[in-house]
Ligand binder design. Sequence first.
Ligand code: AMP
Length: 452
Amino acid sequence: MMSFNELGLSSPLLKAIEEQGYTTPSPIQTKSIPVILKGGDVLASAQTGTGKTAGFTLPLLENLTNKKVDTKSTKGKRPIRALILTPTRELAAQVHDNVQAYSKFLDIRSMVMFGGVNQKQHIHSLRGGIDILVSTPGRLLDLESQGYLSLANIETLILDEADRMLDMGFVHDIKKIIKLVPKKRQTLLFSATFSKEIKALAHDFLVNPVMVEATPENTTAQRVEHSLYRLDRTRKTELAVKLIKEGDWQQVLVFTRTKHGANRLSDKLEKAGITSAAIHGNKSQNARVAALRKFKDGGIRVLVATDIAARGLDIPLLPHVINFELPNVPEDYVHRIGRTGRAGASGNAVSLVGIDEEDYVFDIERLLKQTISEKTIEGFARSSTPTPEDREPPLSGGGRFGRNTPNKNRGSGRGKPAGGKAPGQNPKGHKPRNSNNPDEKPTYKRRPRRRK
Ligand code: AMP
């Protein structure tokens, strides 16, 4: 097995790695670090939990340190030389934490920016001059259009969780940002899945990229044991409580499809005596950070999250994931269960499947090319005469037909919906924008360019 020494990183970085307690590079690190050090473009398939952040941050820091900065055009101020774009605030904050940890022994300045917080602090930090900027697309374009920052000196552009950025409707923002950075640059694109759209983006913006994969495309981590229970939707809370209590699960990440569902479930778990918090796009940044901290510290047993909010959460060694509702995008299933079994530990993911979710099971199994094993618990089998409530998918929040589409447009539960439309299409046959992100649409406002 390779060591960090052999990858060509210099001693300040090796020292920081040692402080983090990493002994051996992860597969994505072994593959991506040498290519990035040589200055090549990279198209990497890697989920959170594979060590991808260090995979691009370590060689980035090495390259920035080794190259002399030209501050002539910036009147002696440090120009922004690297831009890391992330889809969510949580991921931005987490990536920046990593950048800071790894650059501890280097003369590198970095900062993180995202929407939802006052921009004054960002502007103040930008004035001081920074080398690496980690940002979500909206706030970046906002401050750029106001003249507070320039991307003209970017040497390396990193798109982290690019698939999620596209899912969230950021494609136009990404294209705008790419126009603002120099043509001659290094571009690194990290994505959990390689969809057609990602491949198109890579084709347009990367030059002869080296493809690296942490795990084979769209396959679930081998070490994650995943299974499902088929039951009536009205009994899901009861089963979740039973599994958590009787299994003595102490740290459980539970996914719901909607933010209201997350709140409701969290309340119900609390009432059942299981400490819990919900985390989603309607919560303030502070509330999300506080909930996550409590969860990590063992202050609460359950974190209920929507897909978007959970994206980028850095929760090492997570033992249990419950899909309280299956995601309507099959790739999200891969992301979700990838949250368990991290850093070599074994993980366990269970899905609670109502009769209205059989289509999703079908899509997920087709993507994984495997059948998810079914478990049963006495007393929880699906009733042979489901109530209308059991049959209907939740109304709010980005079902397959977009938000709040009446159920009458669906078929009768199993099989394809009425009208014969393909999954993910609305009755007009168009894929709805943001169909799978009820939480966090980019809702920033453009301000007019500031006059100088
Ligand atoms: P990431 O996939 O970047 O979100 O990283 C997932 C977790 O793995 C983070 O908690 C990192 O601190 C940790 N990590 C990254 N690289 C290594 C490594 N080589 N050895 C052990 N842990 C690592």
